[in-house]
Design a binder for this molecule. Structure first.
Ligand code: TYD
Length: 210
């Protein structure tokens, strides 16, 4: 039996990572066999690549190097963790996947969405998510949420200016129009409980209709 690959996408401060953790628990309580993971990272080799990519000291990193490292981390995570879990029939919830590269590196970094997709096709061999949730919040509001959370570490991409994050947001709007059947929008500018309940509702009804 094949599992289901569900990805969570959004800008900084959209709350998607916390929602993913609680959705994992809620879906497990509903009887689904769930695995939660994240990108870049999720397994040892990819977590090491993550440290290189996100280290705020690495200001010299070239945009193409960044895109290639992300694709390399993605490849290793996919073959070592995601594909085996899907083969076991699990529901895999992944915090970020290829759409993040298209939005951040393809559009905000200016490398070109199609160019970055080409590099990523080599890494993922056409394995696209079955469903993607986009956690929608205006970049300004998302960044304000991060600023309030003093405990949160600032990574190299968090430190980009507001214009960069607005471009990320714009790119996600484009991706939603390009993949309307795959990407579901969730209003992330609501209480945690409401966003969580919307996310679990969408995933639950998707899985129950399969
Ligand atoms: P993380 O702390 O996990 O942030 P978030 O909670 O926003 O997901 O850091 C991941 C960062 O890496 C985030 O700023 C987005 C960026 N990123 C890319 O630029 N491209 C990618 O392909 C991926 C997976 C992440």
């Amino acid at each position: 039996m094949n599992g289901y690959f569900i990805t969570f996408e959004g800008g900084e401060g959209s709350g998607k990572s916390s929602i993913l953790k609680s959705a994992e628990k809620k879906l497990a309580d509903l009887g689904f066999d769930v695995l939660a993971t994240r990108e870049p990272g999720g397994i040892e080799i990819a977590e090491k690549i993550r440290d290189i990519i996100l280290n705020p000291a690495h200001t010299a990193m070239d945009a193409r190097t960044e895109a290639l490292l992300l694709a390399a981390a993605r490849r290793q995570h996919l073959t070592e963790k995601v594909l085996p879990a899907l083969a076991e029939g699990k529901v895999v919830l992944c915090d970020r996947f290829v759409d993040s590269s298209l939005a951040y590196q393809g559009f905000a970094r200016g490398l070109g969405i199609e160019e970055v997709f080409t590099v990523n096709r080599f890494a993922i061999q056409d394995l696209m998510p079955d469903m993607t949730l986009f956690f929608d919040i205006e970049p300004k509001k998302g960044l304000a949420r991060i600023a309030e959370n003093k405990d949160r570490e600032r990574n190299r991409l968090d430190l980009e200016n507001i214009r960069f994050h607005e471009q990320v947001y714009e790119a996600y709007q484009y991706l939603m129009s390009k993949f309307p059947d795959r990407i579901q929008v969730i209003n992330a500018d609501q209480s945690f409980e409401q966003v969580e309940s919307d996310a679990v509702k969408y995933i639950g009804s998707y899985l129950n209709n399969k």
